[in-house]
Design a protein around this ligand. Sequence first.
Ligand SMILES: *Cc1c(COP(=O)(O)O)cnc(C)c1O
Length: 354
Amino acid sequence: MKPAIPEKSIETLREEHGSDVVRLSLNETSIGPSPLALEAIRRQSETVQYYPEGSSIELRRKIAQKLDIEPEMVLVSFGADNVILLIGQAFLDTGDEVILADLSFPTYLLMTRIMQAVPVKVPLKDLSNDLEAVAGRITEKTKLIFVTNPHNPTGCVTTRTEWERFLSAIPDHVVVVLDEAYFDYVVSDDYPNSIDYLNGSQPVIGLRTFSKLAGLAGARVGYAMAPPEIVGYLQRVVEPYGMCSLSQAAALASLDDEEHREKVLALNRAGREYFHHRFDEMGLTYSRSETNFVFVKVGQDAGTVYEKMRAKGVLIRPIVGWSTGDYIRISIGTPEQNERCIQVLKEALSRRQS
Ligand SMILES: *Cc1c(COP(=O)(O)O)cnc(C)c1O
């Protein structure tokens, strides 16, 4: 295995590219978290010498109350990323199979490799999950299936009909993970909410995060929603002292700020329309994203476009080594950041320049 290479910190990027560097590569929230969350971190810091309560019960209670489920159905950890690792530790043995989309969130594959399990990759169909093909790849060795909805990096939504047909065909020995990192941004009416599938016969784990809408990516808070029995299995592999107390306080407080939530969503909606209009003008095709990012086919090598844009202080995510190699993902930022991004993208794509 090779270690994953994460993006440099925003501080380092500012040193290298200047203070106005724009990072639209990690789907962060441009305007940051709720002021209530920042205040909660300050307050909580006064008792930072004490270990936190291990099961994060206060945060789990609040999340459960918001979702109208039991706290026993919620497990909190250091980002949804770490929840994914916990799921692997709880359910996988060497040689088990994990089904995931070919082009999906990298941590699924990382976790599969760590657990010495076998990844089974299923191509996307029209930039969306092909759940029929996924169901067709199930064997006796399949233990986990990852479905991202809306999908990352394409932003496309899988409909309730597709999901329910798929779920009804899943055998008992398989756990389905429904990653809903972008749940908050969905506009479709026929979106299948994981909460509605936690009491069925099929083991389903829903995943969500405070890194996107809540703007707390640096605090690392994510959670699983699952039947109590499944949460019980995950609890066997968590560290006894659980989550960072400052992060828990921030997440708790952010749940109270409806106004901030609406503000982020409104900014995001406007930003998405802006990007899509510009793409139309530029003659570029893009996905029907229901997330805080857009996914566009630029018609030139994605890696080269990325380098050219980076040289001008705008970071986007090139999708390298997949399909035609000319797709990029751009996180939606503030109006100023979005405009600068389009400007720099146009320059990168212009023939004159290259
Ligand atoms: C961002 C993201 C996560 C991870 O979120 P963290 O809570 O920051 O670890 C998980 N899944 C998908 C699909 C994501 O895009």
